[in-house]
Write a protein that binds this ligand. Structure first.
Ligand code: ADP
Length: 619
């Protein structure tokens, strides 16, 4: 507490002013008192000297007469009486004692009544004797032992006027110099007491002055603290144009500057936050020790962790790259790193790019990692590779078989009337299959590139299905299917169902599905074609009693080139693209296609299409 008070500027200023004032007073006082003492003592001594000179002048003729022992006229006083008379006049007025001796040191008279008995006796005052013998005046301060007071003692020899140098007696004068000292100490006390009052007053004044100085400083202190705490509302009061007022103005300016800078920093941060949180890529920033300092929500989502589990954690731990990289490698890392993470939606592949955070002077302050989800890209790439390999394989197989037949023909089989036509037939069917495949591929490629537009018409689905079934019934009655017991049953809703479709494409899709139903039902069986309507949707299904599809293959049969039994499909002239095309065509119509199957029992393929129910009046 005391330290704090002493540490305050206000206290310091007060103490400095008071100390300076005290010092000045001390100096002035010491000088003044010394000078005064000197002056008073000087005046006292010169006054006494004057009195002594006067006495000497007055006593000289008397002592001269006394020395010559002249007879005095009767009316005149004796020398002794005259001396006493003269000395009596000097008693009082500060002179404590004056006595006169002749040249034999016989006391001729004294101003002190008590000492009157000493008259006529020889004085044994040493100072007196010395002075008379040497013929010189002595003056000194002595102590009155009885009263313990200081006395000024002048001993002056008296010479005859006629013969200078001849001593005829001496005068001893003691005066009370103690009064002068008393006066000096009184003056000192007066000075000290008024100094004390002056110091107290100066303290009060200094307090006022320092308050006037420190109040604005205190206000500035509070305001700067407020600024530091982020509160820019207040203002320092500016009183005038002095240095402190200028400082106050500068603090107000600073507050405004800091406020606007803070606002723009906040706006910038908000902008950055919103950019980071709306990014589809994950962003993680670290400090130079590799601890995560910033991570957006997407980074946490991609890494399948909570955001809190990222912040303040080691980046290499977070990315699980501890066994591959060290922190220093991370700061040098120029190439992207690919990692895989298990999430709720399966394994995701993340490509991580690194960028250094460097200061102007090139000091590395951390790194920024951008996490990009490349799962889909990887999948597409894998599919593309698989597709190219499938196409090559699918084309190579018929070409290889054709080549072997053609070689056989060249080697002489052409001469064989029985074999040659068979070989040529195989070559023709393989060529047909290849043409079909290429047509299917071209069709798919057109759909993929969006070049395959539908030729939409409003078609009665009921009528379309009936016609297709009719066509297949004729086919199944043909020579080709003789001996196979295929039945086509129809369960079609008895109403006119209009839908906006591309008739050729839809026919192609349904043809393909019924064809499959026949192809994959080697023992014949009933194929049931159904159609019903519900909630503005028309649901068609083609059910067979064939070999069925294993559950694990069921969702794959709509992908390109996928076949449950490759050899069988190929033998049946299939390309493995039929259902893939069907799926695309149905999707183009805004519908859905899927299959349900039980192995050895049969398969049902469903097509769901949006359908516009026509009101009677409209129609
Ligand atoms: P493909 O030309 O080989 O028939 P698809 O795309 O039409 O090609 O059919 C893909 C695969 O789905 C077929 O190879 C077959 O294994 C299986 N599949 C399709 N329909 C049926 C069905 N009705 N019964 C059993 N398997 C079927």
């Amino acid at each position: 507490m005391i330290k704090r008070i002493m540490g305050s500027i206000k206290m310091k200023i007060t103490v400095v002013i008071v100390l300076t004032f005290m010092f000045a007073l001390q100096l002035i006082g010491a000088n003044f008192i010394t000078q005064t003492e000197k002056k008073l003592i000087g005046t006292f001594q010169s006054d006494r000297q004057m009195q002594m000179d006067f006495l000497k002048n007055s006593l000289s003729p008397i002592l001269e007469e006394h020395t010559q022992e002249k007879k005095l006229p009767a009316h005149e006083l004796t020398a002794q009486e005259e001396i006493n008379q003269l000395l009596l006049d000097f008693s009082g007025s500060g002179i404590t004692e004056v006595f006169v001796v002749d040249r034999n040191f016989v006391i001729l008279g004294t101003s002190d009544n008590i000492q009157e008995s000493t008259v006529g006796k020889i004085s044994n005052d040493q100072d007196l004797r010395k002075s008379v013998i040497q013929g010189q005046q002595t003056a000194k301060q002595v102590i009155d032992q009885q009263l313990n007071a200081r006395r000024w003692k002048i001993v002056s020899p008296v010479e005859t006027k006629k013969q200078p140098g001849e001593i005829i007696g001496a005068i001893v004068m003691e005066s009370d110099i103690e009064t002068v000292y008393t006066q000096v100490s009184e003056i000192t006390w007066m000075f000290l007491s008024s100094s004390f009052i002056a110091i107290i007053l100066s303290g009060i004044l200094a307090n006022f002055v320092s308050s006037a100085l420190t109040e604005p400083i205190k206000e500035m202190q509070l305001q700067t603290k407020k600024i530091a705490d982020g509160n820019y509302s207040g203002e320092v009061t500016v009183y005038g144009h002095d240095d402190l007022s200028v400082l106050g103005m500068l603090i107000n300016d600073l507050s405004n500057e800091v406020e606007s800078a803070q606002k723009s920093v906040d706006a910038e941060r908000r902008r950055l936050d919103s950019v980071l949180s709306n990014m589809t890529d994950g962003v993680i920033a670290t400090n130079r020790r590799g601890k995560v300092v910033v991570a957006n929500a997407m980074a946490a989502q991609l890494l399948n962790v909570e955001r809190a589990d990222l912040l303040d954690h080691d980046i290499l731990d977070v990315l699980e790259l501890n066994d591959q990289l060290e922190l220093k490698d991370l700061f040098k890392q120029k190439r992207d790193v690919l990692i895989r993470r298990k999430t709720a939606r399966g394994t995701v592949s993340l490509r991580i790019s690194f960028a250094l955070i460097q200061s102007n002077r090139g000091i590395i302050n951390g790194t920024v990692c951008v996490l990009h989800d490349v799962t889909e890209q990887e999948q597409i790439e894998a599919e593309r590779k698989e597709f190219v390999s499938n196409v090559s394989h699918e084309l190579r197989t018929p070409l290889t078989s054709m080549r072997s037949y053609i070689e056989a023909l060249i080697d002489g089989a052409w001469k064989d009337e029985e074999l040659a036509p068979k070989f040529l037939e195989v070559a023709q069917s393989e060529t047909d299959r290849m043409i079909r495949m290429i047509q299917d591929l071209l069709h798919l490629s057109r759909i993929d590139s969006g070049r395959s537009e539908l030729d939409l018409e409003i078609i009665d689905m009921n009528q379309m299905l009936t016609q297709i079934i009719q066509r297949f019934r004729i086919l199944l009655d043909s020579e080709e299917y003789k001996g196979k017991n295929y039945q086509i049953k129809e369960e079609i809703v008895d109403e006119i169902v209009f839908a906006e479709i591309d008739l050729d494409r839809m026919t192609q899709v349904i043809d393909n599905i019924i064809n499959n139903a026949i192809k994959y039902s080697p023992d014949g069986g009933t194929i049931t074609v159904r159609m019903e309507t519900m909630n503005q949707h028309v649901l068609m299904s083609i059910q067979d009693e064939g070999m069925g599809i294993p559950a694990e293959d069921l969702d794959k049969i709509f992908t390109r080139f996928y076949r449950v039994d490759r050899a069988r499909s190929r033998a049946m002239g299939g390309t493995g693209l039929g259902l893939a095309i069907s799926k695309e065509v149905i999707a183009q119509h805004g519908g859905q296609i899927w299959a349900k199957s039980i192995e050895e029992k049969g398969t049902t393929v469903y097509i769901d299409l949006p359908y516009i129910p026509f009101e009677d009046e409209e129609w």
